[in-house]
Structure formats: C-alpha cells, structure tokens
Design a protein around this ligand. Structure first.
Ligand code: PLP
Length: 422
C-alpha cells in the first residue's frame, strides 16, 4: 500500500475494506496493553531467588551489618556491581535505593537548588534549560517540567543526538545546563550512540556553562538481545578532554531483577559525588543495604549477571521479532511508516506519516489496544509532527502481543488512508 501514488478511488476502496476489518476487530472486546516497558512476569521470576537468599546472614563481604543505619554511598560490594554495569571505578559509584529515576531527580534538584561542584545553582540563572533528544523518555521530560526548567528538542539520528545541533545550541546559549541521554538502546528509538557522538559529547564541557551536566541514563547498559553491542565509555572520553565533571551516569537493576525493588546507581566525578551526597545527606541516613546485599549475593561476579541477562534476552527476543515481523510484513513496501530495528532495550519506535499518530492511538484504544499516549516521547507531550508511537513489547504474553500488533497495523493503515482522503 503506497499512499503517495494512490488514486482517490483506490483510497476510498481501501478505506471501505479497512473499516470493515476494523469493525470486526472491535467486536472482539479486546483488552490489551503495550504502553510501558515493564518486564513480564516470567522475566521477574528469573530473580525470585532474591527471596531468602540472605538466609540469616546479613554481613556484607566487608563485614558491614546491612541491617543497621548508615552508609550513604551504599555497601562497597553493591557499588562494585554498579561499577561493572557502568564500566567505571567503584569509588565513583553511589549505590542507592530502588530507582535510578529517583537518583536522576535528586541530581537535577542538586543542580537546581545548590549547583554542582561549586557552580551557580540553576535556579539563580535567568533561563536555565535542558536539551532533550527526541523522541525521548517521557519521565526525563517530566522532571524538567515539574521544576520549571525549560526544554529544547534536538533530533535523534541513527547514531545518537544530532551533534551539529547540540554543539550549535551550546555555543549560542550559556543557559543550557543539561542534556538528557539514553546512550544505549535509547528509549524509544533503540539507537546506541557511536564513538564520534560520545567523543563530541565529552567535549561539550569545554564550551558549555561550567554548571552544564550530561545526564547519561544508561538504563539499558546490559540489555542486549543478541550479541553485546559496545557503547564507547563516556567517562574515559571525558577524562581525555578534561571534562569529567560534565557527566553524571545512571543505571539500575530495575529490568535485571525485580523492577520495583532493585538497586540504582549513580556514577560521577569526586566533585559531583560530593555535591550529590551533600544534598542527599539531609534527606536520608542511607539506602536499603539489605536489598543491596541480596543483589550482590545473586550476582557475586559479572559472569552471573551476564548469564542472567541472556535469560532475559531469550524471553524478549521472540516478542521483538513478533513486533518487527508485523511491521515488515505490512509496511516494508509502503510509505505508511518507518521504524528502527533495535538490538536491545525495551522499545520499538514507529513513525507514522505526519499528523496520523494520535488517530492510530485513538483507533487502537477503541479496539481495545492501549498504546503510549500520543506525544509522550516529546517534552510537554507535544509531538509537533504527530508521528511518533512507542511500542513496548515486553509485558504482554506473545499471543496477546501478536493480536495487539494485528490491531495496531490495521489502525495505522486506516488512519493513514483517512488522513490522505481529508
Ligand atoms: N531510564 C529509562 C531510559 C527508562 O526507560 C526507565 C524505565 O523505563 C528508567 C530510567 C527507570 O529506571 P528505574 O526503574 O531505575 O527508576
């Protein structure tokens, strides 16, 4: 089906046929959900050994009694786990509570209220703003929106954010104090930043406002579907450019063990870590060290962690294959949509023809398939072209996903034909 070259009568005929198929599907009273990137129950079960793993022995390898107060940075062995994931020295890692998003929120608050490493607090600047590669992760944008930090979008490319745009904006505007990045299997496009992008990012600290920080959210650092995809090391690139203070890295075990009760990590230069700890010390005496120890016992070495991630990949692979098969079969020879083929992570990002995405989402919802709301992958929920839809294949069982994708492709066709007829 090619919309551009079709005659009006052809489009009307397609609309009639698609409308009939759509009405039939609506009668099935489906209730399916491919909105958020949540692990499925069988993925969560991979980590059920966490329950009872301590077996009464609460001592960390260094002798710490994890049941007691203290240790703002987390236990050393958990920091080492975070260091393995982020490929940094453990001294530069803080192991926190269950959510990296919380750590990111605290890091933004630290910059906003107090400033990092002796720099001006962002709240005292005239117009502090973040650069936001789009499509991106809605919860990053929500943090800025809540704190009243302005956001400027930068297009994502197949190798990361468009660096010409990033560099130009930073050169021209010293009020830019942050940049959101999901550098490996980006949410939602699945792209992994290449070496040139990482190197250029590491150089930004030389020209940006001294308080500028890259929020390197490596949420999918070890979430490869097939072979391991290499992400160039931003810390090493920053050290080479003497910009180590310009980077804050984040990760967690949320999609490794139990999504709601994992361990989160932040890694940063000593000066940045000191700023973060100062902010956090008024807020907490320390994280849940017992849970950190559980994770250390489950993954005593990196080898166990890698084996564990392969089991996740085995469960996820057929689900991604299902989504991509539907897209290929229906749209490979059409002008109805574009998408990337991710090699890991949790999402497939689909771009419809301009102005069609919200109608696809509405039609799918009426047919019983819930998709991420239109615009969610853009700051303030506004997708200027109304094209992007984030598909999250992980949570539903394979048969349900298959049905949901049949509905989705039908709704893309119907909404596209109707738009062309307007
Ligand atoms: N960062 C990204 C890019 C995500 O996609 C997600 C969850 O979907 C998170 C962070 C949330 O991580 P956590 O559970 O550690 O807060």
């Amino acid at each position: 089906m090619r919309i551009e070259t079709a005659q009006r009568e052809q489009l009307q005929q397609w609309e009639k046929e698609l409308e009939q198929q759509y009405q039939r599907i609506c009668q099935h009273n489906l209730s399916l959900d491919i909105t958020r990137g949540k692990p499925a129950a069988d993925q969560l079960s991979l980590s059920d050994d966490l329950d009872g793993i301590l077996n009464g022995d609460y001592r960390a390898p260094d002798g710490t009694d994890t049941r007691n107060y203290g240790g703002l940075e987390g236990i050393a062995a958990a920091r080492e786990l975070g260091a393995d994931v982020l490929q940094v020295p453990y001294e530069e890692v803080l192991a926190g509570g269950s959510s990296s998003l919380t750590l990111m929120y605290h890091a933004v608050l630290t910059g906003y209220l107090f400033g990092f490493a002796g720099n001006q607090p962002w709240k005292d600047m005239s117009a502090p703003k973040f650069l936001c590669p789009v499509p991106g992760y809605d919860r990053h944008f929500a943090i800025c929106e809540q704190l009243g930090i302005a956001m400027e979008t930068v297009p994502m490319t197949a190798t990361g954010p468009d660096m010409d745009v990033v560099e130009q904006k930073i050169r021209e505007d010293d009020q830019i104090i942050g940049l959101w990045c999901v550098p490996k299997f980006s949410n939602p496009t699945g792209v992994t930043y290449d070496a040139d992008t990482v190197d250029r990012l590491a150089q930004l600290g030389k020209v940006a406002n001294p308080g500028f920080r890259i929020f390197w959210d490596n949420a999918y650092a070890i979430h490869d579907l097939d072979h391991q995809v290499a992400l160039p090391n931003i810390r090493e690139a920053a050290l080479g450019n003497e910009t180590a203070d310009s980077v804050l890295q984040f990760a967690s075990t949320s999609k490794v063990t139990h999504a709601g009760s994992g361990v989160a990590f932040v890694s940063a230069s000593p000066a940045n870590l000191a700023s973060l700890k100062q902010q956090m010390s008024a807020m907490t005496i320390g994280p849940d060290k017992v849970n950190q120890l559980r994770h250390v016992r489950l993954f005593p070495e990196l080898t166990q962690l890698k084996q564990h991630m392969q089991k996740h990949a085995e469960i996820l692979r057929p689900k991604f294959a299902c989504v991509l098969e539907h897209l290929d079969k229906n749209f490979a020879d059409s002008d109805l949509g574009e998408w990337e083929t991710p090699k890991g992570g949790y999402f497939v990002s689909f771009n419809t023809r301009p102005g069609v995405a919200s109608e696809v989402i509405r039609l799918s919802a009426e047919a019983g398939v819930k998709l991420t709301p239109a615009g969610a992958t853009f700051p303030y929920g506004k997708d200027p072209e109304n094209t992007n839809i984030r598909i999250a294949p992980s949570f539903p069982p394979l048969e349900e996903l298959d049905t949901a994708m049949s509905v989705f492709v039908l709704c893309v066709k119907l909404a596209s034909v109707r738009k062309a007829l307007q």
